[in-house]
Design a protein around this ligand. Structure first.
Ligand SMILES: [Mg+2]
Length: 233
């Protein structure tokens, strides 16, 4: 019997090239509303967006509020009068049509699916993530897809992982490993939930003192090596 049975993949920044999708969707949205499609405006948006997602993980803002607030803050910062709600709607439409994958993501998912139960675990907006997953062609490889927006709780919270495990029949948590790019949601959540953790860190970020992943990889070759190591004991 395999030691590991379940592999829980984060979506954005782990399998999906979220940065590329975001850049294209944002550019299209800006141009549709006559907002200068400049690097500076993209960076400003990313700054507001990332600060709001941090607050979301802490439970300080809802995902519905976040969607609009990030554009409200951007518009205020650049002094443009437009409807943040309309921008948000357009952006999510554009984003849902874009599902570029990171190098090797398709191959690793197809390769592992016969041997493991694969779960997609994402903090995201339901219809956007569902559309992107369908577009990517990866949907059929996953036994469960757990989207924070659909269950009302997000990674890193224990209740998110409780629901995820409920959906796959409550296997032993030591037989599961989460693979994700974000320490504060994927790894912190995994550690707290008592599952094995693998930090996907392609850009070589420094690890934090408080959150220690069991494994760290910079690409999917690294994941194959870890899986072999675990099975060999
Ligand atoms: Mg991620």
């Amino acid at each position: 019997m395999k030691i590991l049975r379940w592999l829980i993949f984060d979506a954005d920044g782990t399998l999906f090239n979220y940065e590329a999708a975001e850049e294209i969707a944002l550019g299209r949205t800006f141009r549709a509303f006559s907002i200068p499609d400049t690097l500076q405006n993209h960076e400003l948006y990313r700054k507001f967006n990332s600060a709001l997602w941090d607050r979301f993980e802490l439970g300080l803002v809802t995902s519905v509020k976040l969607r609009e607030l990030r554009f409200e803050r951007l518009l205020k910062a650049i002094g443009i009068d437009a409807d943040p709600q309309a921008l948000s709607t357009r952006y999510l439409q554009e984003l849902g049509n874009l599902a570029p994958l990171l190098p090797g993501a398709r191959e690793i998912v197809a390769e592992l699916a016969p041997d493991y139960g694969l779960v997609l675990a994402t903090n995201g907006i339901s219809d956007v993530q569902r559309r992107r997953l369908a577009l990517s062609g990866l949907e059929r490889f996953f036994e469960a897809v757990v989207i924070s927006d659909e269950i009302g709780v997000a990674k890193p919270h224990g209740a998110y992982f409780d629901e995820l495990f409920r959906r796959i029949g409550e296997p032993s948590r030591r037989r599961a490993m989460i693979i994700g790019d974000k320490l504060s949601s994927d790894i912190a959540g995994g550690v707290r939930a008592g599952i094995r953790t693998c930090w996907f860190n392609p850009s070589g970020e420094a690890c934090s003192d408080e959150i220690q992943p069991e494994f760290e990889i910079s690409d999917f070759r690294g994941l194959r090596a870890i899986l072999r190591r675990i099975e060999l004991g």
